[in-house]
Unconditional design. Structure first.
Length: 256
């Protein structure tokens, strides 16, 4: 019978240690102490710690030691749901640190996606969002002004944009296309999000109303080591609306 690598046993030891009383920000024992407690080599301990650092569970700071990190935010989407709903769904309270709302004429690519005519305006809502005192992501939503007249002059400080749009403009997204990818963070993103890694996760979404009219382009930018995105998929053979989503998605892929 094949035995487990020793570093796996150390990972289990550390995971149990963290689960039984350690909280975010706590300093775990030194590598030498862990080596003695697990009767393994320092090389094995270092590999186990590196694995947990890569998973976002631990963080090593030169000269200070290894600390327990905040658990990464799990943005779990079933159907069309808001970021606010996702955060409440994991038992936490979302917070908005900063909001800006601007009206402008979008570049041609954005105008084409939103089916805007020449020189028609859109409204861009940019928010820095987080949990408690920690910024988690930069969120941008761009909507045709004709669908939300006067939005650029209103004060928007509520949590869920979708709930607010439904209440004030009777706009409800029916389906959406999403693209998720990673890239190197800009200096501004690293500063604003207090990042400890250099990679951001980008989640782009184009949302449509039930009449196939595109009503929103959204973007979430978050540190890749602190953000996990989950999305439920639909079997396109199960319903008419699923077939519509599939066709719209295929068209979107061809044009982007």
């Amino acid at each position: 019978m094949k035995t487990k690598p020793l570093y796996i046993e150390v990972i289990k030891y550390l995971s149990d240690l963290i689960s039984n009383g350690y909280k975010a920000g706590d300093n775990i024992p030194t590598q030498t102490e862990i080596s003695k407690q697990t009767n393994t080599s320092l090389i094995t301990v270092k590999r186990a710690i590196n694995e947990l650092v890569a998973e976002g569970i631990l963080e090593t700071i030169a000269g200070k030691g290894t600390f327990v990190k905040d658990a990464p935010l799990i943005d779990n989407h079933v159907g069309i749901s808001s970021w606010t709903d996702s955060v409440f769904g994991i038992g936490k309270t979302p917070r908005t640190f900063k909001t800006t709302i601007n009206k402008h004429i979008p570049v041609s690519k954005i105008a084409n996606i939103l089916q805007l005519k020449a020189r028609e305006h859109s409204v861009v809502i940019t928010r820095l969002r987080g949990i408690e005192d920690k910024p988690i992501c930069i969120m941008t939503n761009e909507i045709p002004l004709q669908l939300v007249p006067g939005l650029d002059k209103k004060k928007f400080d509520t949590g869920s944009l979708y709930a607010w749009l439904k209440e004030n403009y009777q706009l409800v997204p029916a389906f959406a296309n999403e693209e998720v990818y990673a890239r190197e963070a800009t200096k501004e993103e690293r500063d604003v999000l207090s990042m400890t890694c250099n990679i951001v996760l980008i989640i782009n979404r184009i949302s449509y109303l039930a009449n196939d009219i595109p009503f929103e382009i959204s973007k979430i930018i978050a540190p890749a080591n602190e953000y996990r995105y989950k999305s439920s998929q639909v079997n396109s053979s199960m319903s008419d609306i699923s077939l519509k989503i599939k066709k719209k998605h295929e068209k979107w892929i061809q044009t982007n």
